[in-house]
Design a protein around this ligand. Structure first.
Ligand SMILES: [Fe+2]
Ligand SMILES: [Fe+2]
Length: 371
């Protein structure tokens, strides 16, 4: 039995010292090298035997869009945007929750500045995460042994390049600052890339990171009043839904022939990824930049009574997809217990993405309307 220490480097998931000990040390470096663990695989079997992947590939070819076609001339007033967008911050950092913390005496100006930094940080993490997806999917093209999956993954590489492009451009032209990659996100991406089992790239990226991204983009898309960001997110989500479906469809077939020990390793990897992503949302770099004690503010967030609602929502795609893959209840229901502890199990019966990806394709809907 693998202990919490071995999986996530600490016994208690909420151990603040251990969370803060994970810090980004090379923030000024321009490149970061990770040794990929897997072999590049040729297949000589060109037979198209996986109709679900074929269908996804056809859909991807007709739902491509050009980043240049977004309304980039939209004027963005970031203060107005964050003011309209404060629901989540107001709930987590209510007067009651911040009592006795370093931000207790903050007035409107400080909270606005925080909200702006927080938006710069969030979009920066989206951009870095998208680059992680670009690299992981290029890796899947090399490592997956099925021709239909190589074809599909190649379309996803193009999608991810476009996603990095749109977030980078939005940050440069419309926001007021950048952040380096969050240390927890970086650790997770490095782990995914370094793993030598091809299916772990899918689990880490398509199921966990992209599942969280899909929910998170959906949440921001609903909240934001800024029309350019709204459309950008809506188009990125159309692609992301396909990407998550790619993960579910591929892993369903592969997991069917794994033994109990191998499935347990996948459950543990899913748990590790969930914890890293939870930790990244504590946004420690923002507090650092604001000159506020990070430890105090991580504590405020971990204790905020409303935090589980927002945190849970981010897992609303991951949990049903893990259930569909049989990971929740395999063995002794180990992952179900972990997701229950993290407060996210209530989403288990929401739609899984292999069933709903077509309904999220706004690009196809827009094209049909124009035709
Ligand atoms: Fe993406
Ligand atoms: Fe993606």
């Amino acid at each position: 039995m693998t202990s919490n220490e071995t999986m996530i480097g600490r016994a208690d998931v909420d151990d603040i010292d251990a969370i803060l000990a994970i810090a980004n040390t090379d923030v000024d470096a321009v490149v970061h090298a990770v040794r990929a663990g897997s072999d590049a695989i040729f297949t000589w079997d060109y037979e198209r035997t996986r109709p679900a992947l074929s269908k996804l590939y056809e859909k991807a070819k007709t739902s491509q869009w050009n980043a240049n076609d977004l309304p980039w001339d939209t004027e963005v007033d970031q203060i107005a945007v964050v003011q309209a967008n404060r629901l989540q911050n107001d709930a987590i950092y209510s007067q009651h929750n911040v009592k006795g913390s370093p931000v207790e005496s903050w007035g409107e100006d400080e909270w606005i500045r925080f909200a702006i930094e927080s938006q710069n940080w969030t979009l920066s993490q989206f951009m870095h995460g998208e680059q992680g997806a670009l690299i992981c999917t290029a890796q899947i093209v090399e490592t997956v042994p099925w021709i239909d999956a190589k074809y599909y993954a190649a379309t996803q590489v193009m999608d991810e390049a476009r996603h990095v492009e749109v977030f980078a451009r939005y940050l440069d032209e419309k926001m007021s600052g950048h952040y380096p990659i969050n240390a927890h996100l970086k650790m997770l991406l490095d782990d995914i890339i370094a793993d030598n089992r091809w299916d772990m790239t899918y689990l880490g990226m398509q199921i966990m990171v992209e599942g969280l991204a899909l929910a998170s983009f959906g949440f921001m898309h609903q909240m934001t009043t800024e029309p350019l960001l709204k459309q950008l997110l809506r188009y990125v989500m159309s692609d992301e839904a396909r990407h998550v479906a790619f993960g579910v469809i591929s892993l369903q077939e592969f997991y069917a022939q794994l033994n109990a020990t191998e499935i347990r390793e996948r459950q543990e990897f899913a748990f590790e990824a969930a914890v890293r992503m939870r930790d990244r949302f504590l946004q420690q770099e923002v507090w650092e930049r604001m000159g506020i004690d990070v430890r105090d503010m991580v504590q405020v967030q971990l204790k905020a009574p409303d935090r589980p609602i927002f945190q849970g929502m981010l897992f609303s795609k991951i949990v049903p997809n893990c259930k569909k893959l049989g990971l929740l209840d395999a063995g002794d229901g180990w992952l179900r217990e972990r997701f229950t502890d993290l407060g996210v199990i209530e989403y288990e019966d929401w739609a899984d993405t292999s069933a709903e990806y077509s309904s999220l394709d706004e690009v196809a809907r827009d094209r049909a309307q124009l035709a």
